[in-house]
Structures are given as structure tokens and as C-alpha cells.
Design a protein around this ligand. Structure first.
Ligand code: ADP
Ligand code: MG
Length: 346
């Protein structure tokens, strides 16, 4: 038994972001080249003429993925995409990744070949080199750790911290599709386990299933912004959901925000799945996560240029910090944006 005078604080008391703050608050950076450390989508390292970007992601079986319905090929692809998405979120170009895997004896060589087929395909698609990693046995399941490296011109780097009052809040693509795809897959799993009477029904949901199982990173949006000469004042990739990720930008930039519910882009298939699953697609868009779209802010002067751009929607604007962070409903109601809670597992 632990002695009574040993202090024990439950992880749930801090939550994910509180825990990261707690663990990293007293870090002192010793290297002049450490431009930005903890707190953005990637660390920023000064290489003289450019910035090097560095980001790490961890995927655990049973937490981030479920192999009951996730093809290993897609999982390999997704592992690369989630990793390089953080490099794009800094307005950078990913160039290399390393991959660590922990594997239990449940896995065969053929299964890992499939995983690596997906990894190779993503590396080819995004012009990234896999340059190393680590392999170790695990007691249970599969663990995939990815680190991505990229570069960005110093004047182009986009931090979470640069949003200014009156800036427009923009988002690429559409929201909530990956989460709704996951709900369809979970339903399928319950049917398979035989503990529900609902019939399996995947037909007609190709798009949202793809958004969940084999997402893409937003290289095209970064290229488009660069072609148009648009420099985002702040940017983040949408991994945790619009609400949580908007709050990250607001916290880093010390600003508030108003997001308009009826401006959030939601695909028709996401609506249809929501109807079928009895789940509000707006909640999926706000809290679902895993969209891997880009959320960014630009000066209001760019409104004319942005409003007709395909693939980008203006969904709100930045306010003063004291004005708070709200979702505005069509009837003018204001709902405070809230980050989804994070559960550490038993
Ligand atoms: P993202 O969702 O973009 O991957 P996270 O929310 O996971 O970002 O992380 C937020 C910030 O905290 C990032 O800068 C990340 O590098 C840092 N971070 C996360 N976990 C740790 C950790 N265990 N130790 C140090 N830094 C961490
Ligand atoms: Mg990110």
C-alpha cells in the first residue's frame, strides 16, 4: 500500500492540456536555435535561412484505432497523414518522417507489410521520405509513433499565437465527417458482436468512412494560400474538433472568437449519417475531431478574396479576449465554446 504521505493527483484533475502544461511549464530552452518549443503544432527550430519544423504523434490500439474495422493499410496511411498535418499547420512543407512501432505476437509479417504499404503510399502521395524509426515488442496490441520533419520560410511560418481582433476565422473542407464515419463503424462493430438488432449498413457512407479511415492532409490548401499570397495570421490543424482547436488559437493569441453555427461547412453525407444515427452533425463538427482540416485566421481585408474560394469557408471572426469564445446560433443565441474533456484510461 502506498504510504499516506505520498501525494497522488489523478490525471483527470488536470486533463490533457493541463497535464502537458504541468509537465512542460518549467522547461528552459538552452539552444539559441529553439525558436518555439512546446505549445504549437510543431516545434520551430532556427536553421539560419529557414525554420525546421518537428512534430510527434502517437497512435495506440484501443485508444486511437480499433483493428476490428480499421484495415492496416489505411492505418499506416493515416499515421503518416496525422503526423505531417501538423507540419502543414505551421504553413510548412513536410520532408521526412520516422516511425516507431510496438508489436505484440498477434501480428504477422504479412500484417505489418500491409501497414507499411499504407505508410509508403502516404509518403509517395505527400512526397515525404521515411528515414528511420524503431521497432520493439509489445505486451498488448499495436503502437505507432511518428515524428515528422519539415521546413518553412521564416516569413511564412504560422503560429497558433498570431490571431488579431477582427481577423476572419476560416476553415478548409468540411467538419464532423470523420467522427460520423466512426459512429457508422462503431455501429457495424456492435452488429458484428451480435448485441444489437440494427442491421449493418455501410452503403452510401463511402465519403465519411474514408474521412475516418484514410484521411488526407491539407497540402492543397497550403499551396493555394501560397499561390494567392495569403499569409494566415494564425493556424492549427483540426485534430481535436473545431471547439477545442479554436480555443487553442484563442488561448495562444490571447483573443476571443465568434463562430457562426450556420457557417460551419458540413457535408451532406455527414448530415445523412447524423439523421440515421440520431446524432447532431453540428456536435460532430464542434467536438468530433480527426478532421485534419486547417483552421486559420486572416486579416479582414482579405474577405473579398476569400469569400468565393472553393474549399475554404469563413466561419467567424476574432474578438477581444474579454469578449469570450462563443458559438452563435442563427437566432443570435450565444453558446460558450467548450473543449471536449479528455479521459486518461484506467
Ligand atoms: P497536436 O494535437 O497538434 O499534435 P497536442 O495537443 O498533442 O498537439 O500537443 C500540444 C503541444 O504540447 C505540442 O506543442 C506538443 O509538442 C506538446 N506536447 C504534447 N505532449 C507532450 C509531452 N508529453 N511532453 C512535451 N511536450 C508535449
Ligand atoms: Mg496539430
Amino acid at each position: 500500500m502506498p504510504s499516506n504521505d505520498i501525494k497522488r493527483t489523478e490525471l483527470s484533475a488536470l486533463g490533457e492540456f493541463g497535464l502537458i502544461d504541468h509537465l512542460t511549464a518549467s522547461l528552459k530552452y538552452k539552444q539559441d536555435s529553439t525558436q518555439t518549443g512546446v505549445g504549437d503544432d510543431a516545434a520551430v527550430i532556427d536553421m539560419g535561412d529557414k525554420y525546421l519544423l518537428l512534430s510527434t504523434d502517437l497512435l495506440l490500439e484501443g485508444i486511437q484505432f480499433d483493428l476490428t474495422y480499421t484495415p492496416l493499410r489505411h492505418l499506416g496511411y493515416k499515421a503518416v497523414v496525422t503526423s505531417i498535418s501538423d507540419i502543414y499547420a505551421m504553413n510548412g512543407t513536410p520532408t521526412q518522417i520516422t516511425i516507431g512501432i510496438g508489436i505484440s505476437k498477434r501480428f504477422s509479417v504479412e500484417m505489418l507489410d500491409e501497414l507499411y504499404d499504407g505508410i509508403r503510399l502516404a509518403c509517395d502521395t505527400y512526397n515525404v521520405d521515411l528515414v528511420g524509426g524503431d521497432t520493439t515488442s509489445s505486451l498488448t496490441g499495436l503502437t505507432i509513433s511518428t515524428s515528422a520533419v519539415g521546413f518553412v520560410d521564416k516569413k511564412k511560418v504560422a503560429y497558433r499565437s498570431g490571431a488579431k481582433e477582427n481577423d476572419l476565422i476560416c476553415v478548409s473542407g468540411n467538419l464532423g465527417a470523420a467522427f460520423m464515419g466512426l459512429q457508422i463503424l462503431e455501429r457495424e462493430k456492435r452488429v458484428f458482436a451480435g448485441n444489437t438488432n440494427v442491421q449493418p449498413q455501410l452503403e452510401g457512407f463511402d465519403y465519411i468512412l474514408q474521412r475516418q479511415l484514410k484521411p488526407e492532409a491539407q497540402k492543397d490548401i497550403i499551396d493555394l494560400l501560397s499561390e494567392l499570397g495569403i499569409q494566415p495570421t494564425s493556424m492549427i490543424d483540426l485534430s481535436d474538433g473545431l471547439a477545442s482547436d479554436t480555443l487553442q488559437i484563442c488561448k495562444s493569441s490571447k483573443v476571443g472568437a465568434r463562430i457562426y453555427l450556420d457557417k460551419m461547412p458540413i457535408a451532406s453525407e455527414t448530415f445523412r449519417a447524423g439523421e440515421e444515427m440520431n446524432f447532431d452533425p453540428a456536435v460532430a463538427a464542434l467536438n468530433g475531431g480527426e478532421d485534419y482540416e486547417l483552421l486559420f485566421t486572416v486579416p479582414i481585408e482579405l474577405h473579398e478574396q476569400l469569400k468565393n474560394l472553393a474549399g475554404i469557408d469563413v466561419i467567424g471572426h476574432i474578438t477581444s479576449e474579454s469578449a469570450g469564445t462563443f458559438l452563435v446560433t442563427p437566432d443570435g443565441g450565444e453558446i460558450p465554446l467548450q473543449a471536449q474533456g479528455w479521459d486518461s484510461q484506467e
